[in-house]
Design a protein around this ligand. Structure first.
Ligand SMILES: O=P(O)(O)OC[C@H]1O[C@](O)(COP(=O)(O)O)[C@@H](O)[C@@H]1O
Ligand SMILES: [Mg+2]
Ligand SMILES: [Mg+2]
Length: 323
């Protein structure tokens, strides 16, 4: 039985990074407790606030954000944090080495119906000479990530993480330890399962319309296979399914709001998930380019996402290829 800390030490993870991951996991354990208590603790329901992206915040979004913010800013290795639920990055220790970006509660529309949600995080180095409270410090593409991961709060709580040498899964035990349960996760290259919010179909680009129409034709269509479909509406749960048994997850650009390049956020969802997917042998793309090559210009930037089993993602990209 290998605990998270032991695993990280065995793999020569720097002490300050272990310390930071420790703080992140302490936060996630607290969030897991709040979620478990749910209505008993009176934490479900819609809060008064609206977040920076104009969406209604659930109480637990706010609570989870506050937990992460307080614990991370108390850690001297943290030079700053940026959260989906904060308007601006918040500076930490000016001598700190790391920046942390996070989506404190992903899939929050699922909280009230008691379906899986998660916390997504990404760790970057603080560039020299820029304050960790300054948005410019975070303008680094996904390839610069030192670590990324998520904690899925499902029937059990699972940490899935990469520090750049593979993806590992750790299950939260009754005693409060994250225990290694799956080492070097690999996504199957081929799949017959897709996930997309079909209700947005008429808003997609013709390329995505054509691809999904062919998926739906199954073995009678040009792709020659019968596909299954899943949509949880929690990105964490969808990515976890893909890491576990393969598949393709799509949240493409659509024309509901043409000022946005997608619904999901590059710094809190796109990049951390892409790092995991690539480290597990999968592919992650905007449908045109690799997500981790997108140069961020704004902390709350959106991105179109297509990720999962390499063979299927490549097939989807062929529909989008410009001659
Ligand atoms: O409601 P939709 O359009 O199905 O969108 C679901 C997507 O939105 C998200 O819930 C966005 O994340 P937040 O809950 O953190 O805002 C993703 O987890 C999920 O993939
Ligand atoms: Mg989210
Ligand atoms: Mg969220």
């Amino acid at each position: 039985m290998l605990l998270l800390n032991q695993y990280l030490k065995h793999h020569e993870t720097p002490d300050d990074l272990i310390d930071l991951i420790d703080s992140l996991m302490l936060s996630c354990k607290e969030i897991a407790i709040k979620l478990r208590e749910g209505a008993l603790a009176g934490v479900l329901g819609t809060a008064e606030g609206v977040n920076v992206q104009g969406e209604t915040q659930k109480k637990l979004d706010v609570i989870s954000n506050d937990i992460l913010k307080a614990i991370l800013l108390d850690n001297p290795t943290v030079a700053g944090i940026a959260s989906e639920e904060e308007d601006f990055p918040v500076g930490g220790n000016p001598e700190g080495k790391y920046l942390v970006t996070f989506d404190p509660l992903d899939g929050s529309s699922n909280i009230d119906v008691n379906v899986s949600v998660g916390t997504i995080f990404s760790i970057l180095s603080k560039p020299e000479g820029i304050d960790g409270g300054d948005e410019a410090a975070y303008m680094q593409n996904g390839r610069k990530q030192i670590a990324s991961g998520y904690v899925l709060y499902g029937p059990c709580a699972v940490l899935v993480m990469t520090t750049g040498s593979g993806v590992n899964m750790f299950t939260l035990s009754h005693g409060g330890d994250f225990i290694l349960t799956e080492e070097n996760v690999q996504i199957p290259e081929q799949t017959q399962e897709f996930g997309i919010n079909m209700s947005n179909q008429r808003f997609w680009e013709p390329e995505m319309q054509a691809y999904v129409a062919d998926l739906l034709q199954g073995e009678e269509g040009p792709l020659g296979k019968r596909y299954n479909m899943r949509w949880v509406a929690s990105m964490v749960a969808e990515v976890h399914r893909i890491l576990t048994r393969g598949g393709i997850f799509l949240y493409p650009w659509d024309n509901r709001d043409t000022s946005k390049p997608g619904k999901l956020r590059l710094m809190y969802e796109g990049n951390p998930m892409s790092f995991l997917i690539e480290q597990a042998g999968g592919l992650s793309t905007t449908c045109y380019d690799n997500i981790m090559d997108v140069e961020p210009t704004k902390i709350h930037q959106r991105v179109a996402v297509g990720l999962g089993s390499t063979g299927e993602v490549e097939t989807m990209m062929k529909y989008h290829a410009k001659d």
